[in-house]
Design a protein around this ligand. Sequence first.
Ligand code: NI
Length: 177
Amino acid sequence: MIREVLRMGDPRLLQRAEPVQAFGSASLAALLADMRETMAHLNGAGLAAPQIGVGLRVVIFGVHSNPRYPDAEPVPDTVLINPLLEPLGDEMEDGWEGCLSVPGLRGVVPRFKRLRYSGCDDQGRHFSREVSGFHARVVQHECDHLDGILYPMRIRDFSRFGYSEVLFPDGSATADD
Ligand code: NI
């Protein structure tokens, strides 16, 4: 079922989400199905459970040759539950971000360039990956949602924050993610 995505200003987006305790349940499967359907409907790069009003530490993400991200390397479709993020080094990188909870806007956000993330898949199997660049950015953005952080809260240079259609009048990167 396509769910309503909460928008910035809703206090539920500012809460810290709770860890998932039980895997393989029908309710977790239903949550993930709704998240996938909602993300696909909105052509998003990722979605966190709190964005549909569910306060659990569950994110999904994935990017496949999306014309909105012509320079972005593909990111595999991933379910990440109870994630742990460990930056690899101090290096930060600026990049444009949008968010389904902040529709119509984009901003430049500094993120760790490289990190290791670990957590569980939908069946509770533990896994970890070392990633960089856009993949690392997507993970940091989505996992921030689990701690009540929206990307505008991380912007340092507000001269690079604005309406997508004004910033990118050629139509690139105009949708929200
Ligand atoms: Ni977001």
